[in-house]
Design a binder for this molecule. Structure first.
Ligand SMILES: Cc1cc2nc3c(=O)[nH]c(=O)nc-3n(C[C@H](O)[C@H](O)[C@H](O)COP(=O)(O)OP(=O)(O)OC[C@H]3O[C@@H](n4cnc5c(N)ncnc54)[C@H](O)[C@@H]3O)c2cc1C
Ligand SMILES: NC(=O)c1ccc[n+]([C@@H]2O[C@H](COP(=O)([O-])OP(=O)(O)OC[C@H]3O[C@@H](n4cnc5c(N)ncnc54)[C@H](O)[C@@H]3O)[C@@H](O)[C@H]2O)c1
Length: 497
């Protein structure tokens, strides 16, 4: 697990001594992807910047989230591809072994959960790094407490002339299930630090975290059961996405319980984890992963000193990332979408805002999101349901990947679909889903179309390379036009798409 270095003083000045606040330009609270980007850019621009981080500089993404989970996914996908050789290209014998995945995560991704290189990168730009937990003590005033595990704690105080950036991210949230707080369940952190694939795993929550991990462990031989309260998996996405991912997970041997409520949880060495289901008996496994969402980290930040209610759920920001006078916020803490690309996007806007530079304001019409299951479930903009809720008059068009030329050529492993949601009055796409092999890559063109409000007529006039997966967009456009309004997926393969 993480070797935190709270309180060590190797990374530049440690700030003002307790009692005397040191004047600096900007203090950044939390150095995940959002905070690191803001602090690094401002330091490079010549500002006197203090970056405060309680754990590891880089935050959740490189050490416990995006990067290590995608290494898990990569290993799992290699196994799945090897298993598809039979009937397509001969025979391949597959013997799953988790240890190369664990080694890559430990040695390549996280350097054994050590952030020395990231600290050096930041201080190399002229930033000053303080390891510790920061909080507001007044407008523009920040106190950082360093030291833990019984070591004497020290307090540094700063007064930020230009302002403070809050980038404290999010923490896993567990539902109020009786007994859950008393059992040693995994969050994403223990799951990515696993040195072996457990024999059996219960996954509570059928969102991105739960499903990426469920499929990865299943492909390495773990007996996985997913339990989800909603009627379908990936409930925020198109219904077709949840249906597809449930189908492929089942093909991977995963047991899926949707629309299921867990009443209570217990654990013993002999029994392992036991979840009591409302009405439906119980589920058992050696490990339990709780992946039921995350919540912005606002507690203990002293936001009350700014007149902000820390219980407000997220730190609301305007289109220039301002949360209060001379306070900016970026990343998961803003509640605008818990993605690294969102944190980086907002960081860019905050940097320009702090430097007084002009430039575009935040625009969330085309937020891309990719769940890295196999097939990848990628989407941008509004789902059909959300677009309807906004009162738009819609047309939708869907193409099934196996019915396209490339999907058909691809053969096994070709599950997926492309769905377009058009604002029929304006003739532009307001949302799209690309589910299938390389769905996240195919999404790019659709994201451009949504963001730039490209006329659907222009999309139809374009030339799509044959036989690519993205050429399926033409099929979906044809479906859009043919039906006027169609929710029916096309099942027949047209000759040239
Ligand atoms: C399992 C998993 C997989 C994911 N995969 C992807 C993916 O593939 N693609 C993607 O785009 N997103 C992914 N995400 C989401 C992504 O990790 C987050 O959106 C991203 O890390 C948010 O960045 P951030 O800077 O807002 O916050 P964080 O990364 O959470 O960093 C915040 C930092 O602030 C520090 N901090 C908190 N409070 C204080 C304080 N008071 N003082 C000092 N420091 C403090 C924390 O220690 C932390 O290091 C994934 C998330 C999970 C859980
Ligand atoms: N590939 C990516 O970009 C990626 C990957 C992982 C995580 N993330 C980000 O991290 C955030 C957190 O991911 P997550 O999957 O933990 O959250 P999520 O909110 O996406 O999904 C949580 C799921 O848990 C379910 N749930 C809630 N309470 C439950 C209960 N008591 N029993 C069973 N199920 C319950 C919800 O209905 C929901 O489907 C996401 O918002 C996502 O943006 C992104």
């Amino acid at each position: 697990m993480a070797r935190t270095r709270t309180g060590e003083g190797r990374a530049g000045a440690e700030g003002g001594a307790a009692g005397a606040a040191e004047e600096v330009d900007v203090v950044v609270l939390g150095m995940g992807p959002g905070g690191e980007e803001v602090a690094g850019r401002l330091a490079s621009a010549g500002l006197d910047v203090v970056g405060v981080e309680a754990e590891l500089l880089g935050g959740e993404c490189p050490y416990w989230a995006c990067v290590p989970t995608k290494m898990m996914v990569r290993g799992a996908d290699l196994l799945a591809e090897a298993r598809r050789v039979r009937g397509m290209a001969g025979l391949a014998q597959v013997e799953p072994d988790w240890s190369p995945v664990a080694s890559r995560i430990r040695d390549e991704a996280t350097t054994d959960w050590d952030d020395a290189a990231a600290v050096e990168r930041f201080t190399g730009k002229g930033g000053r790094f303080v390891r510790g937990r920061g909080r507001f003590t007044g407008p523009g005033e920040v106190e950082v407490e360093s030291g833990e595990d019984g070591s004497a704690s020290r307090v540094s105080r700063f007064r930020a002339r230009r302002g403070v950036v809050v980038a404290t991210g999010s923490a896993p949230w567990a539902p109020p299930v009786d007994g859950l707080d008393r059992v040693p369940y995994w969050t994403n952190r223990q799951a990515v630090s696993a040195t072996e694939a457990p024999p059996s795993l219960l996954v509570l929550g059928g969102g991105a975290v739960g499903l990426e991990m469920a499929q990865a462990f299943a492909r390495f031989g773990t007996l996985v059961t997913v339990v989800e309260t909603s009627r379908r998996l990936l409930s925020a996405e198109e219904p077709e996405s949840g249906e597809l991912v449930e189908r492929v997970l089942k093909a991977d041997g995963v047991t899926v319980w949707t629309h299921t409520t867990v009443k209570s949880a217990r654990y013993s060495d002999a029994e392992g984890f036991v979840l009591d289901l409302e009405g439906d008996g119980e589920l058992r496994a050696r490990r339990l992963l709780v992946a039921t969402g995350r919540r912005p980290r606002l507690a203990g930040l002293g936001l009350e000193h700014l007149g902000i209610d820390p219980a407000s759920g997220s730190l609301r920001v305007d289109e220039r990332m301002r949360a209060a006078p001379d306070v900016w916020a970026v990343g998961d803490v803003t509640g605008e979408g818990a993605f690294t690309h969102m944190a980086m996007y907002q960081a860019d806007i905050a940097v320009r805002s702090i430097l007084g530079e002009k430039g575009p304001e935040a625009d969330y019409r085309a937020v891309p999101r990719v769940t890295f299951t196999d097939p990848e479930i990628a989407a941008v903009g509004l789902t059909e349901d959300l677009a309807r809720e906004r009162g738009l008059r819609l047309r939708t068009g869907t193409a099934q990947v196996p019915a396209t030329s490339r999907g058909w050529i691809h053969g096994t492993g070709n599950e997926g679909f492309l769905k377009l949601v058009e604002d029929a009055d304006r003739g532009v796409l307001v949302g799209a889903t690309a589910a299938g092999p390389a769905g996240g890559e195919i999404l790019y063109g659709l994201a451009v179309a949504v963001r730039a409000s490209l006329p659907v007529a222009t999309l139809r006039e374009m030339i799509y390379a044959y036989p690519t997966f993205h050429r399926g967009v033409l099929d979906a456009l044809n479906a859009l036009q043919a039906a006027g309004h169609t929710d029916e997926p096309r099942t027949k393969r047209s000759r040239w798409t």
